[in-house]
Design a protein around this ligand. Sequence first.
Ligand code: AMP
Length: 419
Amino acid sequence: MFQVVKGTRDILPERIEVWQRAERMAHEVFHLYGFREIRTPILESTDLFRQGLGSDTDVVKKEMYTFLDRKGRSLTLRPENTAPVVRAYLEDGRHRRAGLDRMYYVGPMFRYEQPQKGRYRQFHQIGVEVFGGKEPEVDAETMEMVLYFLDRLGIGGCQLELNTVGDETCRPGYRKVLMDALVSHQGELCRDCRERYRGNPLRILDCKQETCRTILRDGPFLQDHLCAGCREHFHAVQRILEDLEVPFRIQPRIVRGLDYYTRTTFEVTNSTLGAQDSLLGGGRYDGLVERFGGPAVPGFGFAIGLDRLVLVLSGGGDEAPVPTGIFLIATGGEVSRWFMKTARKLRRRGLRVVNEFGEKSLKAQMRRADRSGCSHVLIRPEETPGRVRVRRLQDGEQSEFDQEAWEEIVREVNIGKGE
Ligand code: AMP
């Protein structure tokens, strides 16, 4: 028998409800803030990510699913979706329109990482991108939105962690300060960080190894080396968040893994997640559109790890779906005709109807009803022709109806659903 590929998972029908709830909430809340959905392909050219994310990043160096297609073109299963959305934005000429362009996406991403709880090779993100706004209000409003989204889902224990990574004016100077501070500690750094020291020293700040963390416990941190523009932006973002009564904490270690961030970076962590406690992350990427050959359009975005969100929502266990709809049960003559007609009539009145086919005993049909996810059964007893019974599975309570009293049957099932 075949098995699912390592690091990927089936999301089975019994578990889908919580995923759908999260996705529905994203559609609803993001819509309220003026966002519209974009769907881009899962396959992109490899250069898009090399150029977009930076060839020194872990994702590009070690984690991409890259292959040659039949014509020898190098393609990659998207490891993230900001670069593809920027490509689509430019390809569609959207940068020529005035004003903010707010988009969001939902879908699978692929990274060759070591699988563990909350970390998969195919995982799912809900993300947003805002193009065309350099103002700190864009940062603050977008962060406020994601916290509202989490709030609407009833998720507690979330912490907004805020930082700035400066821009091309102040980052090179800070990079030097950081390298100077680390030069005598190079031998104590972990193997990855020794490599990062030359290529991407800022990433040493978010290394999880205890030794590397200790070395940089007291800085130097970028927030003390910002240029005037970045300092002003950072302060304005904080002030607006305070105005909006959004709690946050400055966390100088949040530099994010990808090269394209400028100024604001942030994460939301959740205390119930354990080691992989980052629920979502993002920030500002003012240089990215230019890096792709477009004009200097500022951008801001984030991506929520949907797999982790589902873990938090279901508390690690499965959430039993709420039973709904009706299962058809009949014996005697013309069973199949009755099934087909009744199901059609009731479904056209908005009722979920589950039926199974073939002759089966009453007992066998009842057993299937229990597993159908329905709240009620509709029984056509042989002994009372023309009459049917609606029985609530939870407590066995039942009422009798004329077999064609469609509206009454639907109403009976919907009682208790608040309809
Ligand atoms: P990133 O795209 O790396 O900024 O990550 C954004 C969010 O996606 C993280 O906060 C995680 O919740 C989620 N995420 C990233 N990588 C994985 C993975 N391999 N498995 C599951 N979730 C992930």
